[in-house]
Design a protein around this ligand. Structure first.
Ligand code: FES
Length: 341
């Protein structure tokens, strides 16, 4: 804080120029007076940075080499997944060692001077900017960053390796979809059943205006064999029924059964499942970002961020009168992706 004459009133007596809070005498550190102590501190700092780099290497090796099925019993603490323990310990230690090295470097080796800096109005006149740049250059010189090559190199190595775990984690985002989104388990004569209950459906089971969530009859078996939910994610559909004369257009000739239409249940924006239906407008509304699809007009987008229509599944009835698919979808289901073409 400054008075009207620019004096710092927090440290200067109002009636004299004597400081209100005189600084205690300055004691030099051992590393300022003893070159051997300075070299020892330099080695300590370098060792910490080098150990940090080794920890990052150990992290990567642990990530690749330790199977996720391996567990370790830590007695009263409990049973932990070995890879979690190793990754957490190595990454945490790497951060800790960089921090400790930086503190040690600043406390023992960087310039140790006490400076009184008079307060001044906020602002950055050009002279101050130049002074700041000069101070920065002085700081760099006094820190020894240029001369202390071993510290500089080990710090650069530690910081260069630091982002590696973030890159390694990209692997967990999974493979690119490739052709996996182009097909589902729907095929010619796949029976359409009510989702969860598995009830087979005849056209007369659906009243005009209704919406039913459905899936292929053999979905559970396929999922069990595959051990994933991928098949369900792609094959889920909704069935809606409207009067045949209300259908303005379809994605293929004769893809409905007496006004019953089948569409993918997965939003073409970013993949939310949809089952909100306004029967008067035949509008399917996605709860995530309000994309709206007109099911009476080929499932085209009439509102919202989705960039393409809802894929339609061609359906018919089999010899027993149950609803079945005519084939798989004719275009990829789910969100658009860069390999879709
Ligand atoms: S996921 Fe449907 S609108 Fe975004």
């Amino acid at each position: 804080m400054s008075d009207t004459h620019g004096k710092d009133v927090s440290t200067i007596d109002a009636h004299s120029d004597a400081p209100l809070y005189p600084l205690p005498p300055h004691h030099h550190r051992l590393t300022d007076t003893d070159p051997r102590a300075a070299r020892r501190a330099e080695r300590q700092v370098a060792a910490m940075f080098a150990l940090s780099a080794l920890c990052i290497i150990a992290f990567v090796v642990g990530y690749v080499a330790i199977p996720t099925t391996s567990f370790i019993d830590l007695g009263p603490i409990g049973v932990l997944q070995t890879s979690n323990l190793v990754l957490g310990a190595t990454f945490g230690l790497a951060i800790l060692l960089i921090g400790l090295g930086a503190i040690q470097w600043a406390k023992k080796l960087m310039a140790d001077e006490e400076i009184v800096d008079e307060r001044h109005p906020v602002g950055s006149p050009i002279e101050d900017q130049e002074a700041a740049a000069e101070l920065f250059a002085t700081g760099v010189a006094e820190s020894g960053f240029v001369e202390r090559k071993i510290i500089r190199r080990t710090l650069i190595a530690a910081l260069a390796l630091f982002p590696v775990p973030l890159i390694v984690f990209l692997k967990d985002m999974g493979p690119l979809p490739g052709t996996s989104l182009r097909t589902t388990i729907w095929q010619k004569n796949s029976r359409i059943v009510v989702d969860v209950t598995g009830q087979k459906l005849r056209p007369e089971d659906l009243a005009i205006g209704t919406l039913v969530s459905a899936s292929p009859e053999d979905l559970d078996r396929v999922q069990e064999e595959a051990g994933t939910q991928n098949a369900r994610a792609k094959a889920s559909i909704i069935l809606v029924r409207m009067r045949p004369d209300e259908i303005k257009s379809q994605q293929g000739d004769g893809w409905d059964v007496q006004g019953i239409l089948a569409f993918s249940k997965i939003c073409t924006h970013v993949g939310c499942p949809i089952a909100l239906y306004q029967q008067r407008q035949h509008a399917l509304l996605c709860p995530c970002h309000q994309s709206t699809f007109d099911l009476s007009d080929s499932g085209k987008v009439i509102f919202g961020p989705a960039a393409r229509r809802m894929p339609q599944l061609p359906i018919t009835v089999d010899s027993e009168g149950y609803l079945v698919a005519q084939s798989d979808f004719q275009e990829p289901v789910g969100p658009s992706f860069w390999e879709r073409g």
